[in-house]
Every structure is written in C-alpha cells, then in structure tokens.
Design a protein around this ligand. Structure first.
Ligand code: DAH
Length: 357
C-alpha cells in the first residue's frame, strides 16, 4: 500500500494538466482502478484483516482524492495566472494631455456684455447673417445711391442669373436687427443684438468677419441723456472701474439723428491701457437718436416713439479689456493662443459673480 501511495502521490504532483489528472484518477479510483480492485478483494479476507485493510484502503483513497483536488486547484491557479499575464491591460496609461477646451474671448465678452445689459432691462435679439439689402441698408435710411453702401465694403451673395432682384448681402453691421426686432416686437422695446458681421477688409485691426453688438431702446420719452447714462453704466461695469469719462463727438450715421461717436478717457502708460484716467481718448462705438425714417420702416410711429441706438465692436472691447494685440489672431484657431487668452468653461460671467478682468 505504501508503494501505491508513493506512486500515485508522485504521479499527481507531476501531472501537467487536467487531462493528466483525470487519467490518474481513473487508474487509481475508477471502477477498474487499482484501489477499487483492491477494495473488491476485501470481501475475500478474514474479518480482522479486512477491517484493518479496509480502513487503510479508505484512508489511501481519501488521501489520493485530496491530492487530486489540491493539484487540480494548483493547476487552475497557474492557468489563471497565465491568462492574467497574457491578457494584461495597462490601465495606468496617462490620460491625454489637457483635453478641456476654453471659451473664446469673443464668446466671453459677448456673455459679459449680455449680463450687463440684461441687468438694465435689455433682452437679446437676433437676425440672420445673410441679410436682404433692404434690412441691411434701405430700412436703415441708406438708399441705393448712398455713399455709405460703398464705405461698407459689402460682400454680395450670388443670385441666379436673370433673377432681377437685388442680391442678398453678408450683413455689414448688426443694425438690421434693430429693424427686425422693432417689426417683431413693436414699441416700447429694449434690446441688444450681438453677432457676426462682414466687411471686405484685412489688416492688424480688421478682419473680414468680426463682431458687433447693437443696442436699441425705444420708448415715449427717451433722450440722449438716457443713452449717455446707459453707456457710462456699461463701461463702468465692463471695465470694472468706478469712474469713467465718455466724450460724445458729433458724427453722422444715416440711421440716427443726431449721431455721436463715443470715446472713452484712457492712458497708455508703459504699454498698459488704463480706462478712466489719463490724457488719451479711445473711440469705442457709434450711436445716436434713432432716425424717424428708421422707426417708420420698422412699423413704429415716429410721432409717438423715439429712441437711441448704438453699435459697438465686440472684438475691439475684448482686445482693450484683455490686452490682446492683434485682431487677426482671434480667428486663426491657434491652440496656443486659445489656451493663453481663453477662459475656463465653468466661469460664467455674471454681475453678482464678477465679470473678471
Ligand atoms: N452700424 C454702425 C457701423 O457698423 C455702428 C452704429 C452707429 C450703430 C450708430 C448704431 C448707431 O446703432 O446708432 O459702423
């Protein structure tokens, strides 16, 4: 029996796989296995010898059983280790570098401007970028022969040959939204209209596409004084200074009468712009009292209503506030530029939360 034990224990230890173990099990414990056959012999033994041999055989059977189970588990563990090694996945790969985007200065400033004017009761109005020449020019008191049409360096959209109607244009300013907003909502009205505009122009301070924000307030007794207060209030909030000084310079726009260009007092000491102090003036917008013809074109009775309007360059005031030198870089989509001048996506500007600077 010792011989049997030694042979089987050694064979089990040497078995390389599940199939090998099964062969050993059958050879020892199967119906015709060595140990099973010996068990069958017990019947022919004398009772005392049978009791001793039976117990010893049972113990041997249990021992081989246990050895088989242990070896089977060891083989399974080893196989699992093999698999884990083969199917190893490197979950420690670093995440891709900085995948968060940033908010473009134009978007950021548009939000700032919107927050400030919303606080003064202005809603946001929109209009199409491809505009009819009636909205872009005629309704704004710029008739076909008016020199302002040439000054605007307009992009014209192609018409089907022989169409006969005037071509659409890429809007040259946000002023046509004044007409659309009044025609849609009537008076009284207070809106701003931020958006893209287009002119054929390209140098350090001009790009063929740029951004303006239009302002319009129409009511029964609106005057230049209201315009002045609103613009001062805006500049104070936008530039984050307590004191601003605006200079209204007489000017001319077909859609306002009287018209004024507005400059803001500033200094350029050491290359840094400071708003509200110094001896320089910087033009920031055009404005005036809405021309009666413009009100009438939008279906608002000029005998009952009057209002002010203004148009301001968003990119321009973004450059001023955030010290960005070249306008062209705004629209080159250079990631390094966007990372440097962009804003965190979760920093939404609000008057209460601060407009940043
Ligand atoms: N539309 C003018 C431009 O693009 C800007 C402007 C001037 C808008 C006076 C106005 C305004 O609403 O009253 O140059």
């Amino acid at each position: 029996m010792d011989d049997l034990r030694e042979r089987y224990i050694a064979a089990i230890a040497a078995a390389a796989d599940e199939a090998g173990l099964e062969e050993i099990r059958l050879a020892a414990l199967g119906r015709k296995g060595e140990i099973s056959l010996q068990m069958r012999e017990l019947g022919r033994m004398a009772p005392e010898a049978r009791a001793a041999a039976g117990a010893a055989l049972n113990a041997l059977k249990d021992e081989i059983d246990a050895a088989l189970r242990a070896r089977r588990e060891a083989l399974a563990d080893a196989a699992l280790d093999e698999r884990l090694k083969a199917e190893w996945l490197d979950v420690t790969l670093p995440a891709r570098p900085r995948r968060t985007g940033s908010i473009h200065p134009v978007s950021r400033v548009t939000e700032e401007v919107t927050a400030i004017f919303a606080d003064m009761g202005f809603a946001v109005a929109e209009g199409p970028q491809v505009e009819s020449d009636w909205y872009n020019f005629d309704a704004l008191n710029i008739p076909p022969e008016h020199p302002a049409r040439q000054e605007h360096d307009t992009f014209f959209m192609a018409r089907a040959p022989g169409d006969g109607r005037p071509p659409h244009v890429l809007r040259t300013h946000t002023s046509p939204v004044q007409i659309r907003a009044m025609a849609e909502r009537g008076a009284p009205i207070r809106v701003i209209a931020p958006g893209r505009v287009y002119r054929m122009d390209m140098d350090q301070t001009h790009t063929p596409m740029f951004h303006q924000v239009e302002g319009l307030a129409v009511d029964r007794d609106i005057s230049m004084a209201n315009l002045k207060w609103v613009l001062e209030e805006f500049c104070r909030a936008y530039f984050g200074v307590d004191h601003v000084e605006l200079r209204f310079r007489a000017s001319h726009f077909p859609f306002t009468e009287p018209s004024a260009e507005v400059d803001i007092r500033c200094s350029w000491e050491g290359g840094a712009l400071r708003i509200g102090e110094g001896e320089s003036w910087l033009e920031i917008l055009g404005s005036g009292m809405v021309h009666p013809k413009v009100l009438a074109a939008a279906g608002v009775d000029p005998d009952q209503w009057q209002g002010f309007a203004f148009g301001m360059g968003i990119d321009r005031i973004a450059m001023l506030k955030y010290g960005i030198p070249d306008l062209r870089a705004f629209f080159e989509s250079d990631l390094r530029w966007l990372r440097h001048y962009g804003f965190a996506a979760n920093a939404v500007p609000s008057l209460a939360g601060g407009l940043g600077g």
